[in-house]
Design a protein around this ligand. Structure first.
Ligand code: SAH
Length: 250
């Protein structure tokens, strides 16, 4: 058990704008059953709540340590990998993975960095803006006539995949010791870089904020696909800053 905790404590479950406190409690219980411990609550509608406590059963420690945030960006700022859940496909196609692949990505990267799995509102799921902050989307295959699971049930399915994969990884770890030479950039580092890049693109008339034509979501998708490390994002950031400095001199 000690080993599992070691592997899974940088994995956070983020619940966005949950309406029913019972779902928060049931999610905490599902997490504890599967060896997860870090719960982040983004603007829950009715919390703290006795109903959540009742449904959590022996997972009260997870509720006690839950981190409250105002928005999703705050909840994932120090994460290098974010996977959002979605019961249906969205307008701009995004890389979609199945629950097994999701677990692999989360557990492998969770060995070195903070990673997040994000769940949406009971009635409307995650907004497009929230989904665009994610590197991947995960969809649980289900009855096409009714594919929307209860929130806590979705937390259970994905947490169970994480548990199963972590068990496999423990065995495989004995053989391989491969690690990347630099830590991957966090969401906050990539966001700061993108803000400066956007300023530069406006300055050189490449980007018109009045008529953005999905430029920023497309660039965000590009950087999320590449997954730059800290060194790489520093280099890119330096180039943008230096270009702006030269332009401002003229
Ligand atoms: N009507 C909403 C579904 C909300 S279900 C929609 O169409 O988006 C509440 C939450 O449970 C979702 O935001 C998601 O986090 C999770 N969930 C439910 N069904 C899921 C599925 N099939 N795959 C992945 N996540 C799912």
């Amino acid at each position: 058990m000690g080993l599992i905790k070691l592997h899974l404590n940088s994995i956070r479950i983020v619940l966005v704008n949950t309406s029913h406190p019972g779902n928060i409690g049931a999610s905490a219980r599902a997490m504890k059953n599967m060896g997860l411990s870090k719960l982040y609550l983004v603007a829950p509608k009715d919390y703290p709540s006795g109903v959540a406590v009742g449904r959590a059963s022996s997972a009260l420690d997870i509720l006690d340590n839950a981190v409250l945030c105002e928005d999703l960006k705050e909840a994932i700022a120090d994460c290098s990998l974010v996977i959002g859940t979605s019961a249906r496909s969205r307008r701009i196609p995004w890389p979609v993975v199945d629950p097994e692949k999701c677990a692999q990505l989360i557990v492998e990267e969770g060995q070195q960095q903070n990673v997040a799995l994000v769940f949406g509102r009971e009635d409307r799921g995650l907004s497009n803006e929230e989904l665009q902050l994610c590197h991947y989307h995960v969809q649980i295959a289900a009855n096409p006539e009714y594919s929307s699971l209860n929130l806590a049930a979705a937390v259970m399915v994905l947490s169970h995949e994480i548990y199963k994969f972590s068990q496999q990884l423990e065995q495989a770890k004995q053989e391989s010791g491969d690690v990347w030479d630099n830590e991957l950039a966090t969401v906050a580092e990539v966001e700061t870089y993108l803000e400066h890049l956007e300023q530069l693109m406006i300055q050189i008339d490449f980007h018109d904020p009045e008529n953005p034509r999905h430029l920023m979501p497309r660039l965000r998708r590009l950087y999320n696909r590449i997954r730059p490390d800290k060194m790489e994002i520093n280099i890119l950031h330096g180039i943008v800053s230096e270009t702006r400095r030269m332009l401002n001199k003229k």
